[in-house]
Ligand binder design. Sequence first.
Ligand code: NAD
Length: 562
Amino acid sequence: LFRLSLQKQVSAVRCLNRLYSSAAPTTKLFIDGEFVESKTDKWIDVHNPATNEVVTRVPEATQNEMEWAVESSKRAFQTWSDTTILTRQQMMFKLQNLIKENLKDLAKNITLEQGKTLIDAEGDVMRGLQVVEHCCSIPSLQLGETLPGISKDMDTMTFRMPLGVTAGITPFNFPAMIPLWMFPMALVTGNTMILKPSERDPGACMMLVELAKEAGFPNGTVNVIHGRHNGNTVIMKPSERDPGACMMLMELCNEAGFPPGTVNVIHGRHDSVNFICDNPDIRAISFVGSDQAGTYIYERGSKNGKRVQSNMGAKNHGVVMPDANKENTLNQLVGAAFGAAGQRCMALSTAIFVGEAKDWIPELVEKAKKLKVNAGHEPGADLGPLISPDAKQRVCELVQSGIDEGAQVLLDGRDIQVKGYERGNFVGPTILHYVKPEMKCYREEIFGPVLVSMEVETLDDAIKVINANPYGNGTAIFTTNGATARKYTMKIDVGQVGVNVPIPVPLPMFSFTGSRGSFRGDMNFYGKQGIQFYTQLKTVTQMWNEQDAQLSGSQTAMPVMR
Ligand code: NAD
């Protein structure tokens, strides 16, 4: 297999997989409190990224099944939104406890389907668990505002009311954390939610909804449908009645050398993502994933009058000042660039060395070389495989494009062989230096264990580069100088800033505040913003007086309430 070109390896792996996929167990839908076998004839294989063996098959839910999920969510909302805030709080306490008890099993499933190391998978669950813990404070989080005596015998109060049926669409890279950013927040505020987890690793999400059932959340409060949106860019949508000629043309485009992603085709009339965007009973959509999907869902959902919060891709820069603590900084950089095989939206994927800090680059390379690449469940593994052969191919091509455009490869992990896992999608730590902003490997999110690195003369130069980048998810500066740190935090146009903290993902008492190209919408995930997203304001003005005073005649002028 490894004598073949990368492209051929990818095709060969796909052929092998087809042979035994039909024997794999199926992932169920979760509708109205029950795990349901889909009646679909369209199935998506989920592979263990370390071996490429099929571990489960995920259904593309049928139109009837998706409608059933909405009906169930609507029905559940009627009673769920009437439950007391303390009932919802108590269920959150139970859920919190159950997640803790099942943490190891959740992590095992994440490693199996997503590939990350077990310890990292536990972190995935823990960061989601912290949102559940935050939700346990709902009685104070959902407080409204009141102002008594706004006029004679008159008081005004604002309530935070639930929206109704909401939906969550999640990516592959945090199979537990991101569903936990969504459904606990939606449910605790009195909404119901339909989840559509990533079709590439839905297992952790299924385990979480099972725990929610055990915690006492009534049937229909959370439902799960599966499916995908084939293709990344909506360029062609051939008629489902005669798609053949279109498909042949697409193949010719491939042969003619159009790079992957330039021409894509979507199929299907009843795609699950479009269903969520279009269904009039779904009031809000939480999305986390790639730019293309996020922009599409934001636009389509908003056009249909829904609230949408959309967290998307990133290019996060770590600025290394010459006065930083060298050992700490290099360790942090290596961990944040290569941990989870770089498949984190907050990975520090670009390092900018300011002035003399560039002399540390050889040591950085030495530290990166020491990382152990292995299947996620193997003891001592520092990073596991990428999610799919396609992802590996894309990452390798982006590295090559950097080399072709003049970057220097200081460490090349593309040809790595992992003993016992020869069919896995592994890429070892890779460092490209002398990268320039116009290079493709800088412009695109690589989403692999690849650090692109640059040298600049001053802090101002670094700020200029970062502020010119369209993304605004996260950044970090490494320095021992408070004034430098303060200047950076004030001048940098990025939504989440770390000072000597490489991955500054805020805890849930704050919100996840990625900005600019990394976010669409105006209310962020979790924290106060999350509560705002899942609630709407209702303002009540009431007048009570002891005498039940009679008004003297009708007043047609606008009441001014003095
Ligand atoms: P993805 O966009 O491919 O998939 C996310 C979800 O959208 C899945 O449920 C998928 O079925 C659906 N989907 C995929 N393509 C679609 C399309 N064209 N139209 C509509 N729906 C579509 O993302 P992914 O590859 O699973 O996740 C990786 C991406 O997510 C990276 O870009 C990463 O930066 C981003 N991400 C962002 C954050 C954040 O908070 N900013 C967090 C995690 C991941």
